[in-house]
Design a protein around this ligand. Structure first.
Ligand SMILES: [Zn+2]
Length: 304
């Protein structure tokens, strides 16, 4: 664990706190095939994961996020790896911890299970809570400084993940982030959750940060979302930190592949506006690279 770990709860309230960028698009850049189990690379290709963490740390982020987004037993079962959940998470945390050393922070990544909870889907909420707790426990054993629950679209699953993470976290912070799209004049998750629904249900659970990541928005729309999101959170809480991990804009389809074309400079300019809107924790989601994080960190730190 980082020697600074106990103070991360306070650290994320300072402005700004820079997170890393995408793991998935960096893995593709390292030659990993789409459809492979990215999280199993923690076991059999730790050097690739470590290289990506190091590139983001050199770019100037304060915290790296573990390569464990899909390392719950449900997502791993699609690769026949459900039984390996604990060791994949512990290894992922150890790789990030070694890269970050004692000076930088490690957040353990928890993503969605990939199915809906009952009655809409097949997933039992108690079993899911147990699965997320197994993941969080293994991340803790591997040395994380806190947890980030990301890319959530359903409130029931988000709440179950928060309960599981908080059952393990002790004094360590829990950050929670949902994915919003444009829905007419407003922003909603794929499952129809509005900003107001999300913040009013999540803030009472005493998370340390609430925010948004990914989705299918342009940079201008991420800035607009930030303004609405901050207003909605601050109407309920002065204390909780707010996070954002925008994609590098909307992907364009090029020869059947999703390509993110936003430059590091344009990304940094949008991130500065997101920061000015009151978002203190900022990183990047799909399509962002170490160059995007470096440009953003420089811009935000010199203007704040
Ligand atoms: Zn993303």
């Amino acid at each position: 664990m980082s020697m600074l770990g106990t103070s991360l709860k306070e650290k994320i309230k300072q402005r700004p706190f820079i997170l890393d960028g995408a793991m998935g698009t960096q893995l593709i850049a390292h030659g990993i095939q789409v459809g492979e189990c990215n999280e199993y690379l923690n076991i059999d290709s730790a050097d690739i994961i470590s290289d990506i963490h190091m590139a983001y740390l050199l770019a100037g982020c304060d915290a790296v996020i573990t390569n464990t987004f899909g390392a719950n037993k449900y997502a791993l079962s699609r690769h026949g790896l459900a039984k390996d959940a604990a060791r994949i998470n512990e290894a992922g945390a150890q790789i990030a911890r070694r890269a970050a050393g004692e000076e930088k922070y490690v957040l353990g990544d928890i993503g969605p299970n990939g199915d809906f909870l009952k009655p809409l889907g097949a997933v039992n909420p108690d079993e899911l809570r147990d699965a997320f707790a197994v993941q969080a426990q293994a991340l803790l054993a591997g040395g994380v400084d806190g947890f980030i629950i990301e890319t959530m679209t359903a409130l029931d699953e988000t709440i179950v993940a928060i309960e599981a993470a908080k059952s393990i976290a002790g004094d360590l912070p829990v950050l929670v982030s949902m994915s919003f799209d444009k829905a007419g004049d407003s922003f909603k998750t794929m499952m129809g959750v509005s900003i107001e629904d999300a913040v009013s249900k999540i803030i009472p659970l005493n998370v340390d940060a609430i925010g948004f990541n990914c989705g299918t928005l342009s940079l201008d729309q991420y800035v607009a979302l930030s303004e609405e999101f901050v207003a909605s959170v601050r109407a309920l809480s002065d204390d909780v930190a707010i996070s954002a991990e925008p994609n590098a804009g909307k992907p364009e389809l090029v020869e059947g592949k999703a390509v993110y074309k936003v430059s590091p400079e344009d990304f940094a300019a949008a991130a500065e506006n997101i920061h000015s809107a009151g978002v203190k924790i900022i990183g990047g989601c799909c399509g962002t690279s170490p160059a995007h994080i470096e440009a953003m960190a420089k811009k935000i730190r010199t203007t704040s």
